[in-house]
Design a binder for this molecule. Structure first.
Ligand code: GLU
Length: 487
């Protein structure tokens, strides 16, 4: 049997980490089994769905390099792949269910339903539809229609049935049909509900596995009943655990970024995000923590997907991203850094000169071991760019009060001016010479130079900073420090 799986987002917002994980697990399962991965759009919530969200979700998947074999924008034999383009098909299936007696028209008004709800609640029972319209005669229906009532279609839930779901992650899960109540499968505007449309799609697209978030487990009995009513095979289910924050609560906007685009914007690398989300609920058999997409496709299996919740640990993500930053070429990192530098108004000319490119590469090399994601270049640029240092505070200010400082800075200026070129090597030599000539310990030379140049006691290596600042900026920064702090 050829494996067929799908990712079916509702285009009501950006792609969230949880959604990306569902997409990834389906993608990996398809690749592992040489199957087919489908992406389609569940856009029946007309109010909240938008083409823009759909576009953004697809873009985010592409950015993560999660490619689909069939589906929206790609095409295939089972299209269309957007639910609002499939309404005719749902109509056909609705008629089948009505004809076979598995579904019926319901004319109950909002008020009647609300009244029923309250009565059941008052009796301490679970609110559910009690089947008032189950047995309407054609005459009763005609009268209600004449009254201007627009019906919904409800699924007739069989009584006293145990609904067994064999879930690849959760094992056997059993639901009792009696708690469910006849649920709406088509709303009064003719639009199918999720539980119905998803089943029609999964049947007509011949899905073999449904891998999705645990939040859909409670929907599954409603879906299984529809498969049974239609007499079609039920796919294998795999419900993957919720993603919790480090405090054990459900991940929400309050925990920071939850959308993939947030991470893209901050300059996380797509291969790091993929690696990180793969480990949210799935664990490899060995010790290795770093996996490319190809390696994941090789290693992935549903039986190593955990039943217990996954924890979204931002430190782990940063750790993984750092690994991939170190593995990236400086040229790639320069491209990724540019939008962040641009936020600070730093942009190279349109046709970047060799000199500018070399400068950018030098900058990236000097800091790439220090940053966890590319937006952090903004925290480092002040060391390397511009002619004014940050204002020193506290201990840094104390450093400038040392009695040797004027001598150190004088000699430093002399040396950089007479240096034929400022390279990392010449700067190393020059600073060493200074300690010898002034007969001072390294600290008494390097620290005032560092603070005078950067305003900070810590930061990237001086032999990286000085060549990138260039002679003019170096001299100007020293001059500014002298005027401000040495009188
Ligand atoms: N549209 C649903 C969601 O975004 C899909 C659920 C499913 O995969 O069945 O959660």
């Amino acid at each position: 049997m050829k494996i067929r799986v799908r990712f079916a987002p509702s285009p009501t917002g950006p792609l969230h980490i949880g959604g990306a994980r569902s997409a990834l697990f389906n993608y990996l399962w398809a690749r592992k089994n040489k199957g087919t991965f489908i992406v389609r759009s569940e856009d029946t919530d007309l109010e909240r769905s938008s083409r823009e969200s759909e576009h953004n979700i697809l873009e985010a998947l592409r950015w993560l390099n999660i490619q689909w074999d069939e589906g929206i924008e790609v095409g295939g034999e089972n299209g269309p792949y957007r639910q609002t383009d499939r309404l005719e098909l749902y109509k056909e299936y609705t008629e089948r269910l009505i004809t076979s007696g598995h579904a019926y028209y319901c004319y109950c008004s909002e008020e009647e339903l609300e009244h029923e709800r309250e009565t059941l609640l008052a009796k301490g029972e679970t609110p559910r539809y009690m089947g008032k319209c189950r047995q309407l005669t054609p005459e009763q229906r005609a009268a209600l229609e004449l009254d201007g009532r627009k019906p919904v279609v409800r699924f007739r839930v069989p009584e006293g049935q145990a609904i067994h779901i064999s879930d690849q992650v959760r094992g056997d899960v059993v639901f009792e049909s009696d708690g469910i109540g006849d649920y709406v499968i088509v709303k009064s505007d003719g639009i199918p509900t999720y539980n119905f449309a998803v089943v029609v799609d999964d049947i007509t697209m011949s899905m073999t596995h449904v891998i999705r978030g645990e939040e859909h487990l409670s929907n599954t009995p409603r879906q299984v009943l529809i498969y049974q009513a239609l007499g079609t095979p039920v796919p294998e289910f795999a419900h993957i655990s919720l993603i919790l924050n480090t405090e054990g609560g459900k991940m929400s906007k309050r925990d920071g970024d939850t959308a993939v685009i947030d991470y893209q914007k901050k300059g996380y690398l797509p291969e790091a995000i993929v690696n990180f989300i793969a480990l949210l609920g799935w664990s490899p058999s060995g010790e290795e923590e770093f996996y490319t997409l190809d390696e994941l496709a090789e290693a992935f299996s549903l039986d190593r997907v955990s039943k217990s919740p996954a924890v979204f640990d931002r430190y782990k993500l940063d750790y993984i991203n750092t690994h991939y930053i170190k593995k990236s070429s400086p040229e790639r990192l320069v491209e990724l850094a540019l939008p962040h530098l641009e936020e600070l108004g730093i942009r190279p000319d349109e046709k970047r000169s060799d000199k500018q490119q070399q400068w950018l590469i030098g900058f990236i090399k000097a800091i790439s071991e220090k940053i966890s994601y590319m937006a952090e270049v903004k925290d480092y640029i002040h060391y390397f760019h511009g002619n004014v240092p940050l204002e020193p505070e506290g201990e840094a200010l104390e450093v400038l009060k040392g009695e040797q400082v004027p001598r150190v800075l004088e000699l430093f200026m002399e040396k950089v001016q007479s240096s034929e070129q400022l390279s990392g090597e010449t700067v190393k030599v020059l600073l060493k010479q200074m300690t010898k000539e002034l007969k001072l310990g390294g600290k008494f030379v390097y620290m005032p130079v560092r603070v005078a140049l950067t305003g900070q006691m810590h930061g990237p290596e001086l032999y990286d900073i000085i060549p990138l600042l260039g002679l003019e900026n170096v001299l100007e920064r020293i001059r500014v420090t002298k005027v401000r702090y040495l009188g």
